[in-house]
Design a protein around this ligand. Structure first.
Ligand code: 4GP
Length: 841
């Protein structure tokens, strides 16, 4: 690049690709430059990895150009900013998505082809940044995409885990966990900001002193046991078709001093580096528990660490523009993604009261106007509570602050519910029954101005069940924000052939206005369109068949129905109910070889938390059934089972577009929303599901005739539980169910070993917390209807088209717009791109 000339403002509309650096020639040049100047390689010796890196860096340059302007605009305008705080951002591979959002996917493909490279091969090189477990982390990533696309000033704050969610391998049918190494060769998207650094205290004790001045204010000093330095790593998140990249800022822990010279000089070399090693463990690894709390000190330290860095960062930004923090809540609104960051409520109080010497009442008023909290689960084992002793030891000052918040809060409760001791005990931030705990959900609710669930049903259950008392106290705080997913990644990028057909049929523009998909409805009655639709699904299935061959070493028949359940493995999600159906079908096909049913390939994918024994056993059951069914020649062309290993964002992009049937079969009242259900629907899969989570709203959108509904609803579940649920009664009353369960128990799937699945069978017969046996027959009957519908392929295609046409509501753009108007009160800020001169590129 030559001397920089002053940038000239040129709007992006009517852009000239080459001049903007986005054309084929410009991309080739940029790629080669990056190969040489960043990778120090020439084309003849470059590896695939070098080439990926070079293309990614060339794309990143284009993001950064927009980023700088965005940052400048936000600063100049002092725009109100959403801070999305989340311990997880399951962002997935970035290159494809960035090419899509920049609008240069086709140009990049051509540019690479002209250099003799295949874009798909390059995309395949990218390591998956698995900085999350499942739904909650992926939702955060979809929301960042929509925030940027809607041009909302926003920052995602999270943790730069060195090791994300483990890589799953299947060994002898069991899940094996391998360490994830997404950073092994660095990430081209992360930009280190060593100068954005904060020293964070942990542990120790507090000292209380009255000031000598007339006011004799109480001053609290926190004397920590250790100090960890957090530095920022930024990832640009570009919106689709706009010039807004927002910032995902991830904190990484280091030792504040590189070296303890005192220890070194005393001759203890090891102790000298100890602090560094210890500090760095803090952000080493993501806890692989989905909907389950670990309750370990390191986890609390992680949560506190990233929240403390983030709030300090926000305060720094605010003090660049204003003299004090009295308008902090006007500049920032913080969304707490579940309770993981809810310690932020106490931390902001600590900062305002202790560091900035604000009076408690003013600080509390700012705090309560800053935070909003999203609940993602009703499962009791996922509701975070910290043993008091552990908490006090880790965060002594926050313990005091929480006690103070609690006292004041309980005074309010006393006034509202006089004489009701039970309500005080239930609502207290501290659980005093038995071992004492801090209840993080209560802290989040008390410290927030808004609380939301993630689907209509779930938000109702939040109000009627887990936060009932709080709802009675503050009904105005509670709302619903039904989840959404980004159509950029999960339709445009994942399913280019369907996207193209939609473009040709109703024109472009639906990607940012998904309600326009309704215009597809009339085409459901057009046989020629249906045929094209089937052709596209077939192509996507053939692509998945190749993937299945590659990773699961199995052959799958693309003519069969692809019946798919991919999500974390959990008892409440009931993958084992799906397996009961598979075994039932197997048995029926064996008994009656002439049975007329649709041929099926049942595909499972998902990780189990490493310490969750029952979930691991469910995987083992899936692989065992896959094995036996696969070996049976009688099943050939009729039934097949595949366990797709290491399900993640990347493989999801091949799986959703290829699915015919989407399994959403959790026990009613347990799945907060689900988002996979939406990704399947957007890609033309039909749902078999219970009235749970967002299934309820999917059913409402598509109509009963385009949805396979089965099972008990939430009131029925509650009623059955109230009456005393006895799973064994179902087993005894239903001979077919008995056959299926007995087959598992008999050792049939494990070469005669009856012990392997005994815990699972025993659990089903004696406890069956998630009521599989109660829903079994209804599920089997419903699967029968699925089979009939699939055989009538014209009818199936019609239903599939209508599902896509009616999926617009589930775009994360809709969800984010609701958050913006109803909770965040933020407005879009348009970013005008100023052109770079020729020789800058
Ligand atoms: C998940 C819920 O289980 C899922 O229903 C929901 O769609 C998703 O959050 C996003 O809201 N919860 C978690 C968790 O991932 O760890 O609690």
């Amino acid at each position: 690049a030559g001397a920089r000339s002053a940038p000239v403002a040129v709007p992006l509309v009517g852009r000239d690709d080459e001049r903007m650096g986005l054309g084929v020639e410009a991309l080739k040049r940029a790629f080669l430059d990056r190969l040489v100047y960043s990778q120090a390689r020439f084309p003849e010796v470059a590896t695939r990895r070098d080439c990926f890196q070079a293309l990614a860096l060339a794309v990143r340059d284009r993001l950064l150009q927009r980023w700088v302007q965005t940052a400048r605009t936000y600063r100049d305008k002092g725009s109100r900013t959403v801070c999305y705080m989340s311990a997880e951002f399951l962002i997935g591979p970035q290159l494809g998505n960035n090419l899509i959002n920049l609008g240069i996917f086709d140009n990049a493909r051509q540019a690479m082809a002209e250099l003799g490279l295949d874009l798909d091969m390059l995309l395949d090189q990218e390591e998956e940044p698995g900085l999350g477990n499942g739904g909650l982390g992926r939702l955060a990533a979809c929301y960042l995409d929509s925030l940027a696309t809607l041009e909302i000033p926003a920052i995602g704050y999270g943790i730069r885990y060195e090791f994300g969610i483990f890589t799953q391998a299947i060994r002898d049918g069991w899940q094996a966990e391998l360490t994830d190494k997404w950073l092994r060769s660095g990430s081209p998207w992360l930009i280190h900001r060593p100068n954005v650094a904060f020293d964070i205290k942990i542990g120790g004790h507090t000292e209380h002193q009255y000031e000598a001045s007339a006011s004799r204010r109480l001053r609290v000093q926190w004397v920590p046991a250790k100090v960890v330095r957090g530095t920022a790593w930024d990832m640009p998140v570009l919106g689709y078709g706009v010039n807004t990249p927002n910032r995902l800022r991830l904190w990484s822990a280091e030792a504040p001093e590189e070296f303890d010279f005192a220890a070194f000089n005393a001759g203890n070399y090891y102790q000298a580096v100890d602090a560094e090693v210890l500090s760095e463990t803090l952000t080493k690894v993501l806890y692989p528990n989905d909907e389950m709390e670990a309750g370990q000190t390191l986890r609390l330290e992680q949560q506190y660490f990233f929240v403390a860095c983030s709030l300090r960062d926000m305060i720094r930004l605010q003090l660049q523009r204003e003299a004090d923090l009295s308008r902090f809540h006007e500049k920032f609104v913080v969304q707490l993604n579940d309770t993981h960051p809810s310690i932020a409520v106490a931390e902001l109080m600590h900062l305002l009261v202790d560091d900035y010497e604000m009076l408690w009442d003013e600080a509390w008023s700012i705090t309560q106007r800053t935070f909003a909290y999203t609940n993602h689960t009703l499962l009791p084992e996922a509701l975070e509570k910290w043993p008091l002793r552990l908490f006090q030891k880790t965060l002594p000052r926050h313990y005091e602050i929480i006690c103070e918040i609690n006292e004041r809060f309980l005074d309010e409760v006393r006034i509202r519910f006089p004489g009701d001791e039970a309500v005080l005990r239930r609502m207290s931030l501290i659980d005093e029954d038995g071992a004492r705990y801090i209840r993080m959900a209560h802290l989040a609710v008390v410290g927030s101005f808004a609380v939301n669930g993630v689907a209509a049903l779930h938000s109702e259950l939040v109000k009627s069940d887990i936060l009932k008392d709080f709802y009675e106290l503050w009904p105005e705080k509670f709302r619903n924000k039904t989840n959404g997913v980004t159509p950029r990644r999960f339709v445009l990028l994942a399913n280019p052939t369907m996207s193209q057909l939609i473009d040709e049929t109703i024109g472009k523009g639906w990607v940012t206005d998904m309600m326009r998909l309704r215009e597809l409805e009339p085409y459901a009655d057009d046989p020629a369109f249906r045929e094209k639709w089937r052709g596209i699904k077939r192509g996507n299935k053939e692509h998945l068949v190749r993937e299945i061959k590659r990773v699961a070493h199995a052959d799958a028949d693309p003519a069969s129905m692809f019946d798919v359940q991919v999500k974390r493995i959990h008892e409440y999600k009931r993958q084992h109910l799906n397996l009961l159906h598979v075994i039932s079908l197997y048995k029926r096909l064996k008994d009656n070889p002439n049975l007329v049913v649709a041929p099926r390939t049942v595909i499972f994918g998902g990780k189990a938390a490493p310490g969750y024994r029952m979930a691991k056993l469910m995987i083992r059951l899936a692989t065992a059934v896959a094995d036996i069914v696969g070996r049976d020649p009688a099943m050939h062309g009729r039934l097949q089972v595949v366990f797709f290993p290491n399900y993640n964002v990347k493989s999801g992009q091949s799986i959703f577009p290829a699915a015919d049937l989407s399994e959403q079969i959790s026990l009613a009242g347990k799945e907060a929303s689900g988002t996979g259900n939406m990704k399947f629907q957007m890609n033309g899969a039909l749902t078999i599901g219970t009235l749970d989570g967002a299934n309820v709203e999917i059913l409402e959108q598509v109509g009963e005739e385009n949805f396979f509904l089965f099972g008990m609803n939430t009131p029925e579940v509650k009623e059955l539980r109230r009456c005393g649920y006895r799973p064994r009664d179902y087993y005894e009353a239903n001979p077919h169910l008995r056959e299926v369960i007995d087959l598992i128990g008999s050792g049939f799937f494990t070469r005669g070993d009856r012990d392997v699945f005994r815990p699972l069978v025993d659990h089903l017969l004696n406890h069956d917390e998630y009521m599989l046996l109660a829903d079994f027959q209804s599920y089997i009957d419903c699967q029968e209807k699925v089979s009939e519908a699939y055989i009538d392929y014209e009818r199936w295609s019609r239903m599939s088209i209508l599902n896509v046409a009616r999926s617009g509501f589930f775009s994360s753009d809709r969800a984010i717009k609701e958050y913006c108007t109803d909770i965040w009160r933020v407005e879009p800020v348009r970013i005008e791109l100023t052109d770079l001169s020729e020789d800058d590129l």
